[in-house]
Design a binder for this molecule. Sequence first.
Ligand code: UD1
Ligand code: MG
Length: 452
Amino acid sequence: MVAVAILAAGRGTRMKSNLPKVLHSLGGRSLIERVFQSCQSINPSRRIAIVGYEAQQVKNALQSLQNVEFVEQAQQLGTGHAIQQLIPSLEGFRGTLLVLNGDLPLLRPSTLEKMLSVHETHHNAATILTAQLPNPQGYGRVFCDGNNLVGQIVEDRDCTDAQRHNHRINAGAYCFDWQKLAEVLPQLSADNDQKEYYLTDVFRSLHPVMAVDADDYQEIMGINDRAQLATAYEILQTRVKDAWMTAGVTLINPDSITIDDTVELATDTIIEPQTHLRGNTKIASGCRIGPGSLIENSQIGHQTTVLYSVVLNSSIAAGTQIGPYTHLRGNIQVGEACRIGNFVELKNTTVGDGTKISHLSYIGDTTLGDRVNIGAGTITANYDGVNKHPTHIGNGSKTGANSVLVAPVTLGESVNVAAGSVVTEDVGDDALVIARSRQVVKPGWRLKSIAE
Ligand code: UD1
Ligand code: MG
């Protein structure tokens, strides 16, 4: 049986932030969410977060994760003290306790699986995830014999100069035989540079303790400050982008592109420079996205292009052209083979197949049928200063340039709106509506006014 405990009570002083460190976002997900995610495949029987600094905020942030228990560490007296707080809630628990620092967001599930398997195969009292770092500064150093059996861990600040030359570091992920750990936990003392109760001191009293190296040392990066957060983002981005290129997606100038690891792409899609794909976004095959686009929580059908545009919470079907300079800002459904062009803003709107809104329009709270042609500068006046109102435009209708449709208003099918109209009343199928004052021409007017 495996229980997981994640250390998340610290403030993270080095972040210089009011937000608890574990809630800082890395590529759209908090550090602690990522840590929970990394141990999902182990399928632990219990998942515990040890919270303290801004505990309620951390609990709220984890609400969407199911079956997480919270244990409070009222005062943050060190990682060992944090684990001591588990003793009452794990009373009677037998099996492996997997302990993960809450600031370890890049761990791969396979690495934890490997550590757990070594731990169980060797019946260790504890197993420590380690790595050989080119620059081990700031990490606890792990001292082992030739068989990976651990003698002790010494924190960076407590190391002698000679000990600092050891590049094998403690990742902050451990398996423990809980019953053995529970016996030695009360013996911890705070006799060190930080005057804290270090979890890493328990290894002096447990036997046997084995170290397991992570295959990729970048995985074990702990986030203590903003520079490390930025480095972790780079590492994550490289991982995500390499995976998509391997899967058949072209990235042009990948360094200028960012892709959340929640995004899904399909083969033969091309992502152009300065494009950012975020959240729950899915892009089908053969699309061309960018340059210069932001797409968030949106689904895009195959063979669609998005050029220099912002697409938020939208769903766009196949073969449609978006941009340049389109803003789709939420709850948008665009059909197949549409064209949404420059300086067009859509909000809470459904667009039927083959419809065109090519230039300079604001369309809000509207349903557009199939094959509608929205003339340049058409505006739906959807807000009366208090409430929003809907506009409906039927299949095959056409608005002339600079029309204003004052909502609530419905145009039937195959309606023609004359240019410059302000339409305030519903219009039936097949009608022409002209809602503007008739042109008046006064011939020779200038000459007459001179004569007077
Ligand atoms: C810790 C390890 C160090 C290791 C490094 C890996 C200790 C003593 N040191 O150092 O050997 O190389 O991680 O990244 O464990 N926390 C609490 N309660 C506390 C203090 C901390 O819950 O009282 C939590 C923090 O929120 C954080 C985690 O424990 O998620 C680690 O704390 P941090 O201060 O980052 O430890 P490091 O100095 O990085
Ligand atoms: Mg840390």
